[in-house]
Design a protein around this ligand. Sequence first.
Ligand SMILES: Cc1cc2nc3c(=O)[nH]c(=O)nc-3n(C[C@H](O)[C@H](O)[C@H](O)COP(=O)(O)OP(=O)(O)OC[C@H]3O[C@@H](n4cnc5c(N)ncnc54)[C@H](O)[C@@H]3O)c2cc1C
Length: 486
Amino acid sequence: MNKADSIALMWFRRDLRLTDNATLYQALSGHEKVIPVFIFDEIILSQLPKSDRRLTFIDESLTELADKIAAQGGRLQIYYGNPIKLIPQLALQFSVDVVYAGEDYEPYARERDAQVALVLAEQQRKLQLIKDQVVFAKDEVLSQKGTPLTVFTPYKNAWLKRLRVDDLTTCDTAALSAHWYAADKLSCQRVTLESLGFERQSLVVKPGETGAQLAWQDFQQRMSFYKDKRDFPGVKGVSYLSVHLRFGTISVRQLALAAWMQGGEGANTWLSELIWREFYMQFMYHHPNVAHQAYKAEWREQPWENRADWFAAWCEGRTGYPIVDAAMRQLNQTGFMHNRLRMIVAAFLIKDLDINWQWGEAYFAQQLLDYDLSANNGGWQWASSTGCDAAQPFRIFNPVLQSEKFDAKGKFIKKYVPELSKLDAKSIHAPWKMSLIERQALQFVLGKNYPLPIVDHDVARKKALQKYANIKQMNERDSNLSLKGA
Ligand SMILES: Cc1cc2nc3c(=O)[nH]c(=O)nc-3n(C[C@H](O)[C@H](O)[C@H](O)COP(=O)(O)OP(=O)(O)OC[C@H]3O[C@@H](n4cnc5c(N)ncnc54)[C@H](O)[C@@H]3O)c2cc1C
């Protein structure tokens, strides 16, 4: 192919930025002209409620991206439809040689990309997938035997051992901006949120590259305190960058490089979290079935109570456990939930309410602005003890002790459960333990001002332990039987 007259399509997906975009860099440096495209996938959109916050985040990030491309003489083409049809149509229309896209490791995306590649190949064209959303993908980090790793610590050690500064090198796309296809030769009407029938939502995070860089600058000054502050939801201890990593409004290489260079306990702990993200992504890549079933076969057939009224109380933040309710209300109101709280509410749903972890996984998938199949599935399978490197089934979080430890003064609880604002630090974690006199003094009526706990944790804990013991016994019996039969 002769670069002088070659045309490429840059298909933006989980990489809504110009800065340090490895895919865009390859497209701009390898071709004379590049047409930038984004497609609102009709299949994905058909499953979302009209109030979905992510659509607002994407739409506003696209506006910024389009403005930046326009300032460089290009024009971002934004379509709605089925990419399997649209991408080859565009490739044909503009005589494109290569379509570039960031590599995606989720089952749906892999299937879609395989089909796009097939149709393009029939036209003698190519789909070029470039690694961009992770530092290491697929088979790049393996065990010494060359097999995929299923436990985090050996994965992390192998990841760090493999890391070279070249893996984190920035791709300078700004220097290549002369390669945009002329804007006046492109005429796609901008598809907007409103034209798709979605309602614009107010967001607690600023979208786009600008929002990402602001959040990053803010966190960079706090990174050395991360280890000490990361577990307290009432404190600004974490980065709040997950949504930016999800939609690629910031480069993971930029973040990992800064953490790696800084070193020290805070930065190293934070780098570990970025590695957890990649651990779950490569795990999903190697085990796509976990998207719809437990990884550990022995935990697949568990009996569940699955009470619809308890599930509704959990979703709506009215379980009577203040830390759980505050967390769920934070999720419903903002689309974000602190990591410690994700662990607490997931454990509560599974082990106290005896509700299938997949119900919780699906609810998070609807509500989270940073929803990511691999991380969410990994988190839920961790909490339900069904996953790869999961919590021990017999280790059951006590929501009151968690609350006392991680929100000691009840600062976070009071923000999202204002009806408890008069309670002191001693009572706020378990209001049902207050004496009648204490409640009367505050004119606080349990069951009226705030719900009574829907379950008794001690009773629920014993029930869960019994269930796990039964499953363990059954599995041992089955494996003995199969050994005898062998
Ligand atoms: C039940 C459950 C569900 C979860 N669902 C998601 C999800 O859908 N999307 C998502 O991005 N994270 C998910 N997480 C992981 C984690 O809670 C969020 O990444 C984190 O709270 C985001 O906040 P932050 O950006 O301030 O994180 P920080 O603490 O600043 O961490 C930095 C980055 O590392 C990554 N990260 C941190 N912890 C994890 C983790 N345990 N697994 C994978 N990546 C991690 C994220 O990209 C995060 O932005 C889930 C965790 C649990 C327990």
